[in-house]
Design a protein around this ligand. Structure first.
Ligand SMILES: NC(=O)c1ccc[n+]([C@@H]2O[C@H](COP(=O)([O-])OP(=O)(O)OC[C@H]3O[C@@H](n4cnc5c(N)ncnc54)[C@H](OP(=O)(O)O)[C@@H]3O)[C@@H](O)[C@H]2O)c1
Length: 290
Protein backbone atom coordinates (compact mmCIF):
# COMPACT_ATOMS: atom_id res chain seq x y z
CA UNK A 1 0.00 0.00 0.00
CA UNK A 2 1.13 3.55 -0.70
CA UNK A 3 3.16 5.02 2.17
CA UNK A 4 1.85 8.47 3.04
CA UNK A 5 3.64 11.24 4.92
CA UNK A 6 1.93 14.20 6.52
CA UNK A 7 3.75 17.42 7.34
CA UNK A 8 1.61 19.79 9.40
CA UNK A 9 -0.72 18.14 11.86
CA UNK A 10 -2.82 21.15 12.78
CA UNK A 11 -6.60 20.86 12.71
CA UNK A 12 -6.87 19.72 9.09
CA UNK A 13 -3.66 17.65 8.82
CA UNK A 14 -4.48 15.69 11.96
CA UNK A 15 -7.97 14.77 10.71
CA UNK A 16 -6.65 13.72 7.28
CA UNK A 17 -3.97 11.59 8.98
CA UNK A 18 -6.47 9.92 11.32
CA UNK A 19 -8.69 9.00 8.39
CA UNK A 20 -5.76 7.56 6.41
CA UNK A 21 -4.74 5.47 9.43
CA UNK A 22 -8.32 4.32 9.81
CA UNK A 23 -8.20 3.32 6.13
CA UNK A 24 -5.09 1.17 6.89
CA UNK A 25 -2.42 3.35 5.27
CA UNK A 26 1.05 3.56 6.80
CA UNK A 27 1.32 7.22 7.83
CA UNK A 28 4.49 9.05 8.87
CA UNK A 29 4.02 12.43 10.54
CA UNK A 30 5.97 15.57 11.36
CA UNK A 31 4.82 18.78 12.96
CA UNK A 32 6.95 21.77 13.98
CA UNK A 33 5.28 21.79 17.42
CA UNK A 34 5.81 18.25 18.62
CA UNK A 35 2.79 17.72 20.88
CA UNK A 36 0.40 18.06 17.93
CA UNK A 37 1.42 14.62 16.62
CA UNK A 38 0.59 12.76 19.84
CA UNK A 39 -2.96 11.82 18.93
CA UNK A 40 -1.86 10.51 15.53
CA UNK A 41 0.91 8.46 17.11
CA UNK A 42 -1.64 6.99 19.54
CA UNK A 43 -3.60 5.86 16.48
CA UNK A 44 -0.55 4.20 14.86
CA UNK A 45 1.28 6.96 12.97
CA UNK A 46 5.07 6.88 12.78
CA UNK A 47 6.62 10.00 14.33
CA UNK A 48 9.80 11.46 12.84
CA UNK A 49 11.99 14.46 13.61
CA UNK A 50 12.18 16.38 10.31
CA UNK A 51 10.37 16.89 6.96
CA UNK A 52 13.40 15.15 5.36
CA UNK A 53 12.66 12.02 7.43
CA UNK A 54 9.03 12.08 6.30
CA UNK A 55 10.12 12.22 2.65
CA UNK A 56 12.55 9.32 3.11
CA UNK A 57 9.80 7.10 4.56
CA UNK A 58 7.01 8.02 2.12
CA UNK A 59 5.86 7.54 -1.48
CA UNK A 60 3.74 10.67 -1.24
CA UNK A 61 4.15 13.53 1.24
CA UNK A 62 1.11 15.71 1.94
CA UNK A 63 1.90 19.17 3.31
CA UNK A 64 -0.90 20.87 5.30
CA UNK A 65 0.67 24.01 6.74
CA UNK A 66 -0.42 27.60 7.21
CA UNK A 67 0.71 29.44 4.09
CA UNK A 68 3.14 29.54 1.16
CA UNK A 69 6.06 30.61 3.35
CA UNK A 70 5.44 27.62 5.67
CA UNK A 71 5.28 25.30 2.63
CA UNK A 72 8.65 26.66 1.47
CA UNK A 73 10.13 26.21 4.96
CA UNK A 74 9.18 22.53 5.19
CA UNK A 75 10.01 21.89 1.54
CA UNK A 76 13.29 23.69 0.95
CA UNK A 77 14.64 24.61 4.41
CA UNK A 78 17.33 22.82 6.42
CA UNK A 79 16.17 19.22 6.78
CA UNK A 80 13.38 20.03 4.31
CA UNK A 81 11.60 17.56 2.06
CA UNK A 82 14.04 17.96 -0.85
CA UNK A 83 16.83 16.51 1.32
CA UNK A 84 14.85 13.26 1.59
CA UNK A 85 14.41 12.92 -2.18
CA UNK A 86 14.25 9.40 -3.66
CA UNK A 87 12.97 7.87 -6.89
CA UNK A 88 9.22 8.25 -7.33
CA UNK A 89 8.78 10.73 -4.46
CA UNK A 90 5.72 12.98 -4.91
CA UNK A 91 4.72 15.95 -2.79
CA UNK A 92 1.09 17.12 -2.69
CA UNK A 93 0.33 20.43 -1.01
CA UNK A 94 -3.08 20.78 0.68
CA UNK A 95 -2.40 24.21 2.24
CA UNK A 96 -4.39 27.15 0.86
CA UNK A 97 -1.88 29.37 -0.94
CA UNK A 98 -1.61 31.84 -3.81
CA UNK A 99 -1.71 30.17 -7.28
CA UNK A 100 1.44 32.13 -8.21
CA UNK A 101 3.29 30.78 -5.15
CA UNK A 102 2.04 27.29 -6.04
CA UNK A 103 3.59 27.61 -9.50
CA UNK A 104 6.92 28.75 -8.03
CA UNK A 105 6.95 25.91 -5.49
CA UNK A 106 6.02 23.41 -8.23
CA UNK A 107 8.93 24.64 -10.38
CA UNK A 108 11.38 24.38 -7.46
CA UNK A 109 10.32 20.80 -6.76
CA UNK A 110 10.55 19.94 -10.44
CA UNK A 111 14.11 21.41 -10.53
CA UNK A 112 14.95 19.07 -7.61
CA UNK A 113 13.56 16.04 -9.48
CA UNK A 114 10.46 15.70 -7.27
CA UNK A 115 6.89 15.47 -8.63
CA UNK A 116 4.49 18.02 -7.18
CA UNK A 117 0.72 18.30 -7.07
CA UNK A 118 -1.52 20.99 -5.62
CA UNK A 119 -4.48 19.49 -3.75
CA UNK A 120 -6.39 22.28 -1.93
CA UNK A 121 -9.62 21.09 -0.32
CA UNK A 122 -13.03 22.29 0.77
CA UNK A 123 -14.38 21.05 4.09
CA UNK A 124 -12.82 21.13 7.53
CA UNK A 125 -11.51 18.59 10.03
CA UNK A 126 -15.07 17.54 10.89
CA UNK A 127 -15.55 16.12 7.38
CA UNK A 128 -11.89 15.17 6.76
CA UNK A 129 -12.15 12.68 9.61
CA UNK A 130 -14.67 10.72 7.49
CA UNK A 131 -12.86 11.16 4.16
CA UNK A 132 -15.52 13.54 2.88
CA UNK A 133 -13.48 16.49 1.69
CA UNK A 134 -13.88 17.97 -1.78
CA UNK A 135 -10.48 18.13 -3.49
CA UNK A 136 -9.25 20.27 -6.38
CA UNK A 137 -6.08 19.00 -8.03
CA UNK A 138 -3.56 20.51 -10.40
CA UNK A 139 -0.21 19.42 -11.76
CA UNK A 140 0.76 16.39 -13.81
CA UNK A 141 -2.29 14.21 -14.57
CA UNK A 142 -0.32 10.93 -14.61
CA UNK A 143 1.09 11.68 -11.15
CA UNK A 144 -2.45 12.38 -9.95
CA UNK A 145 -3.64 9.06 -11.38
CA UNK A 146 -0.73 7.21 -9.73
CA UNK A 147 -1.93 8.33 -6.28
CA UNK A 148 -5.67 8.47 -6.94
CA UNK A 149 -6.28 5.77 -4.29
CA UNK A 150 -4.95 8.15 -1.63
CA UNK A 151 -6.92 11.13 -2.93
CA UNK A 152 -10.13 9.08 -3.22
CA UNK A 153 -9.64 8.02 0.41
CA UNK A 154 -9.20 11.59 1.61
CA UNK A 155 -11.98 13.14 -0.47
CA UNK A 156 -15.44 12.07 -1.58
CA UNK A 157 -15.15 14.25 -4.68
CA UNK A 158 -11.98 15.01 -6.61
CA UNK A 159 -11.66 17.46 -9.52
CA UNK A 160 -8.54 17.35 -11.68
CA UNK A 161 -8.26 20.88 -13.10
CA UNK A 162 -5.09 20.99 -15.18
CA UNK A 163 -1.71 22.61 -14.94
CA UNK A 164 -0.03 24.03 -11.83
CA UNK A 165 -1.85 27.01 -10.29
CA UNK A 166 -5.34 26.13 -11.49
CA UNK A 167 -6.57 24.34 -8.35
CA UNK A 168 -5.63 27.24 -6.10
CA UNK A 169 -7.38 29.79 -8.31
CA UNK A 170 -10.65 27.89 -7.81
CA UNK A 171 -9.91 27.29 -4.10
CA UNK A 172 -9.50 31.03 -3.52
CA UNK A 173 -12.85 31.68 -5.23
CA UNK A 174 -14.32 29.07 -2.84
CA UNK A 175 -12.89 30.71 0.27
CA UNK A 176 -14.24 34.04 -0.91
CA UNK A 177 -17.71 32.43 -0.61
CA UNK A 178 -16.91 31.29 2.94
CA UNK A 179 -15.74 34.75 4.04
CA UNK A 180 -18.75 36.52 2.52
CA UNK A 181 -21.31 33.99 3.78
CA UNK A 182 -19.99 34.17 7.35
CA UNK A 183 -20.10 37.96 7.16
CA UNK A 184 -23.58 38.26 5.62
CA UNK A 185 -25.04 35.74 8.05
CA UNK A 186 -23.39 37.57 10.97
CA UNK A 187 -24.68 40.95 9.81
CA UNK A 188 -28.18 39.46 9.32
CA UNK A 189 -28.15 37.94 12.81
CA UNK A 190 -26.87 41.20 14.32
CA UNK A 191 -29.56 43.24 12.54
CA UNK A 192 -32.29 40.81 13.62
CA UNK A 193 -31.15 40.94 17.25
CA UNK A 194 -31.05 44.74 17.24
CA UNK A 195 -34.61 44.74 15.81
CA UNK A 196 -35.64 42.77 18.89
CA UNK A 197 -36.12 39.34 17.29
CA UNK A 198 -34.72 35.96 18.19
CA UNK A 199 -32.21 35.24 15.37
CA UNK A 200 -33.64 31.71 15.17
CA UNK A 201 -36.68 33.29 13.45
CA UNK A 202 -34.37 34.89 10.87
CA UNK A 203 -32.69 31.52 10.26
CA UNK A 204 -36.01 29.68 10.04
CA UNK A 205 -37.26 32.04 7.34
CA UNK A 206 -33.89 32.17 5.51
CA UNK A 207 -33.77 28.37 5.46
CA UNK A 208 -37.25 28.27 3.91
CA UNK A 209 -35.94 30.12 0.85
CA UNK A 210 -33.71 29.65 -2.18
CA UNK A 211 -31.00 31.65 -0.32
CA UNK A 212 -30.34 29.03 2.35
CA UNK A 213 -26.84 27.50 2.48
CA UNK A 214 -25.13 24.69 4.36
CA UNK A 215 -23.79 27.40 6.67
CA UNK A 216 -27.24 28.87 7.40
CA UNK A 217 -28.68 25.38 7.93
CA UNK A 218 -25.92 24.06 10.23
CA UNK A 219 -23.19 26.31 11.56
CA UNK A 220 -25.50 29.31 12.04
CA UNK A 221 -27.28 27.52 14.91
CA UNK A 222 -23.95 27.19 16.74
CA UNK A 223 -23.16 30.85 15.96
CA UNK A 224 -26.34 32.16 17.61
CA UNK A 225 -25.43 30.14 20.72
CA UNK A 226 -21.99 31.85 20.79
CA UNK A 227 -20.28 28.53 20.00
CA UNK A 228 -17.14 29.48 18.09
CA UNK A 229 -15.08 26.32 18.75
CA UNK A 230 -12.67 26.46 15.79
CA UNK A 231 -12.65 24.07 12.83
CA UNK A 232 -11.03 26.80 10.71
CA UNK A 233 -9.67 29.83 12.53
CA UNK A 234 -10.61 33.41 11.78
CA UNK A 235 -6.91 34.27 11.36
CA UNK A 236 -6.54 31.57 8.69
CA UNK A 237 -9.56 32.91 6.80
CA UNK A 238 -8.05 36.42 6.99
CA UNK A 239 -4.82 34.93 5.59
CA UNK A 240 -6.89 33.56 2.70
CA UNK A 241 -8.57 36.94 2.10
CA UNK A 242 -5.09 38.48 1.86
CA UNK A 243 -4.13 35.76 -0.60
CA UNK A 244 -7.32 36.38 -2.63
CA UNK A 245 -6.54 40.10 -2.79
CA UNK A 246 -2.91 39.48 -3.79
CA UNK A 247 -4.03 37.06 -6.51
CA UNK A 248 -6.69 39.54 -7.74
CA UNK A 249 -4.02 42.23 -8.02
CA UNK A 250 -1.73 39.93 -9.98
CA UNK A 251 -4.63 39.05 -12.34
CA UNK A 252 -5.40 42.78 -12.62
CA UNK A 253 -8.99 42.47 -11.36
CA UNK A 254 -10.84 44.69 -8.91
CA UNK A 255 -12.64 42.74 -6.14
CA UNK A 256 -14.08 45.51 -3.97
CA UNK A 257 -15.97 43.26 -1.55
CA UNK A 258 -12.91 41.08 -0.89
CA UNK A 259 -10.93 44.17 0.07
CA UNK A 260 -13.68 45.37 2.41
CA UNK A 261 -14.12 41.91 3.95
CA UNK A 262 -10.39 41.73 4.58
CA UNK A 263 -10.56 44.98 6.58
CA UNK A 264 -13.47 43.70 8.72
CA UNK A 265 -11.67 40.40 9.47
CA UNK A 266 -8.46 42.35 10.24
CA UNK A 267 -10.39 44.53 12.72
CA UNK A 268 -11.77 41.34 14.31
CA UNK A 269 -8.24 39.96 14.66
CA UNK A 270 -6.98 43.23 16.15
CA UNK A 271 -9.83 42.98 18.68
CA UNK A 272 -8.57 39.53 19.76
CA UNK A 273 -10.90 37.22 17.78
CA UNK A 274 -8.19 35.56 15.61
CA UNK A 275 -7.99 32.19 17.33
CA UNK A 276 -11.70 31.34 17.38
CA UNK A 277 -13.69 29.91 14.46
CA UNK A 278 -14.04 32.18 11.42
CA UNK A 279 -17.78 32.43 12.18
CA UNK A 280 -16.67 34.33 15.31
CA UNK A 281 -16.91 37.36 13.04
CA UNK A 282 -20.40 37.43 14.63
CA UNK A 283 -18.84 37.82 18.10
CA UNK A 284 -16.80 40.75 16.81
CA UNK A 285 -19.93 42.42 15.36
CA UNK A 286 -21.66 41.88 18.72
CA UNK A 287 -18.78 43.59 20.52
CA UNK A 288 -18.71 46.67 18.28
CA UNK A 289 -22.50 47.02 18.37
CA UNK A 290 -22.99 46.83 22.14
N1 LIG B 1 -9.31 23.92 8.86
C1 LIG B 1 -9.96 23.95 7.72
O1 LIG B 1 -11.20 23.86 7.70
C2 LIG B 1 -9.23 24.06 6.40
C3 LIG B 1 -9.93 23.70 5.24
C4 LIG B 1 -9.28 23.80 4.01
C5 LIG B 1 -7.98 24.26 3.95
N2 LIG B 1 -7.32 24.62 5.10
C6 LIG B 1 -5.94 25.10 4.97
O2 LIG B 1 -5.07 24.08 5.46
C7 LIG B 1 -3.91 24.67 6.08
C8 LIG B 1 -3.84 24.21 7.53
O3 LIG B 1 -5.02 24.65 8.17
P1 LIG B 1 -5.43 24.20 9.66
O4 LIG B 1 -6.85 24.59 9.85
O5 LIG B 1 -4.97 22.83 9.93
O6 LIG B 1 -4.53 25.25 10.47
P2 LIG B 1 -3.83 25.13 11.91
O7 LIG B 1 -4.58 24.21 12.80
O8 LIG B 1 -3.61 26.55 12.32
O9 LIG B 1 -2.42 24.44 11.57
C9 LIG B 1 -1.43 25.12 10.86
C10 LIG B 1 -0.27 24.17 10.66
O10 LIG B 1 0.77 24.85 9.92
C11 LIG B 1 2.00 24.66 10.63
N3 LIG B 1 2.92 25.76 10.34
C12 LIG B 1 2.65 27.09 10.33
N4 LIG B 1 3.77 27.78 10.00
C13 LIG B 1 4.75 26.86 9.83
C14 LIG B 1 6.13 26.95 9.47
N5 LIG B 1 6.71 28.13 9.19
N6 LIG B 1 6.84 25.80 9.38
C15 LIG B 1 6.26 24.61 9.62
N7 LIG B 1 4.96 24.44 9.97
C16 LIG B 1 4.21 25.57 10.05
C17 LIG B 1 1.58 24.60 12.08
O11 LIG B 1 2.63 24.08 12.88
P3 LIG B 1 2.70 24.45 14.45
O12 LIG B 1 1.74 23.51 15.11
O13 LIG B 1 4.10 24.22 14.82
O14 LIG B 1 2.29 25.89 14.58
C18 LIG B 1 0.37 23.68 11.97
O15 LIG B 1 0.76 22.34 11.81
C19 LIG B 1 -4.09 26.18 5.90
O16 LIG B 1 -3.44 26.60 4.72
C20 LIG B 1 -5.60 26.35 5.77
O17 LIG B 1 -5.95 27.53 5.09
C21 LIG B 1 -7.92 24.51 6.32
Amino acid sequence: MTKVGIIGTGMLGEAVGLHLLDSKYEVTVYNRTKDKIENLVKHGAIAVETPKDVAEKSDIVITVVKDASAVSDVAFGNDGIIHGRHDGLTVADMSTINPNSAKEISQKFSDSGISFLEIPVMGGPNVAIDGKLVMMISGNEKTYEKFSDVFDTIAEKTFFLGESGTAHSIKLAMNLQIAMLALSLSEGITLTRKAGFDPEIFLKILNSTYFKTGMSEKKAYRMIKDNFEPTFTLQNLKKDLDTINEAAESFNVELSMSKMASKVYQNAMDAGFGDIDYTGILAYLKKINQ
